[in-house]
Ligand binder design. Structure first.
Ligand code: AMP
Length: 398
């Protein structure tokens, strides 16, 4: 089955067409600056020697982007048919424990979660509405970042706040990056040669956003992100865990508004805020090599807190077969993996430095020694393939 996977931001639309049989990515592209004076796009297919780049008319929206995309995939040169559309939806609250067809009831249920993800959900819904208009005959499926974490039990998902906040307003921990954690857990089971239902792992998705999850016998039991993707580890521009008292202090002592604080914690903190150089790990590693102390400290805090998160997740599961590294940093930054694993030796994780340097090449991504009681594995995430597979499961294979 060929699935068009769509990931909509408020001014962007990213897509791929995935053949679920082979996992191949048949076409892909990005529309950027939608709604502005100069929307742009870049689309690619393996059948074309070069990417197709261009501009859309001023103020062009997701609908025009989908028109352009539909023409591109159906064009004589690309000629890819589409059987269904899978949409990434960031927040499904407690309403969605798995992917589902986006009918009117499902759309209403996603709208009800908008206040929990005001930047993401309305954009995701815009993509679904536009796609329904552009592809009225195709099934439209929503795949939720939060769904994989819906197996968390109250001990893991409740905040120690007045219980009314949960009961009346749904304030609890939800977790994110579900498609990535689920995908790499499945791959880990394959690599370990065990059924997923007998595999327990800690997955660390380390990209610009970072989260980790504890997965016991294939079921997610805890994760580091919470009501929003701000909780947990240090990220590119997000602070992760801080004393909530800081927020009141910023308001009372510095006169900052809720919006100022929101922007600061989400966009100006993390690696960027600490280093005052960049949110990008590559840039910070380069700066560290050149002796920049702020970059060194930012990265040091990142790995220290990462190791603390993994160690605390380890306390939530009885056995652990492996620690998985994924995401741009997890897959590519050997130093982050080494520094984290050195701190986790007491958990039975023993790094093989040579294997770590080449990401366990030739050995299924395994970067721990043969004697390591808990394996460490580098696995390239593939959220698009996971969304395509879940979409296929919902619409049924042809
Ligand atoms: P993602 O959000 O998954 O695309 O990951 C983005 C993060 O991965 C950024 O901090 C990048 O600096 C980091 N990253 C990507 N490639 C490398 C690399 N080769 N070495 C270190 N960090 C990398």
């Amino acid at each position: 089955m060929n699935i068009l996977v769509i990931n909509c931001g408020s001014s962007s639309l990213k897509f791929s067409v995935i053949d679920t049989l082979t996992g191949a990515d048949l076409a892909r592209g990005l529309f950027d600056k939608l709604g502005s004076d100069s929307p742009k796009y870049k689309m690619e297919s393996d059948k074309l020697a070069e990417a197709v780049k261009g501009d859309l008319p001023a103020k062009a929206s997701h609908k025009e982007a989908l028109n352009t995309l539909a023409e591109f995939v159906a064009s004589e040169d690309v000629n890819v048919s589409i059987d269904a559309v899978g949409h990434r939806v960031v927040h499904g609250g407690e309403a969605f424990t798995s992917a589902c067809v986006m009918d009117e009831a499902a759309i209403k249920a996603v709208e009800a979660c908008n206040s929990l993800a005001p930047l993401h959900n309305p954009a995701n819904l815009l993509g679904i509405e536009s796609s329904k208009q552009n592809f009225p005959d195709l099934p439209q499926v929503g795949v939720f970042d939060t769904a994989f974490h819906q197996t968390l039990q109250p001990e893991a998902y409740l905040y120690p706040l007045p219980i009314e906040l949960y009961k009346k307003h749904g304030i609890r921990r939800y977790g994110f990056h579900g498609s990535s954690h689920k995908y790499v857990a499945g791959e880990a089971a394959r690599i370990l040669g065990k059924p997923l239902s007998e595999t327990s792992v800690i997955t660390a998705h380390l990209g610009n956003g970072c989260s980790a999850a504890a997965i016991e016998n294939g079921v997610c039991v805890d994760t580091t992100m919470g009501l929003t993707p701000l909780e947990g580890m240090v990220m590119g521009t997000r602070c992760g865990d801080i004393d909530p008292g800081i927020i009141f202090h910023l308001k009372r002592a510095l006169g900052m508004t809720a919006d100022d604080i929101d922007v600061m914690l989400n966009k100006k903190s993390g690696l960027l805020g600490l280093s005052d150089i960049s949110n990008d790990m590559r840039t910070l590693r380069e700066a560290s090599t050149e002796g920049n102390e702020a970059a060194k400290l930012a990265v040091g805090i990142f790995t220290r807190r990462l190791a603390k998160s993994i160690a605390s997740l380890r306390a939530t599961i009885e056995d652990c077969d492996a620690l998985i590294f994924t995401g741009g940093i997890g897959e590519n930054d050997a130093l982050t993996r080494a520094e984290t694993m050195q701190r986790l030796a007491h958990l039975g994780i023993e790094i093989d430095p040579e294997a770590n340097k080449n990401r366990g090449k030739g050995n299924d991504g395994i970067i721990s020694t043969k004697n390591s009681s808990v394996k460490a594995i580098v696995i390239q995430t593939n959220e698009e393939l996971m969304i395509a597979r879940e979409t296929e499961q919902i619409v049924g294979s042809k």
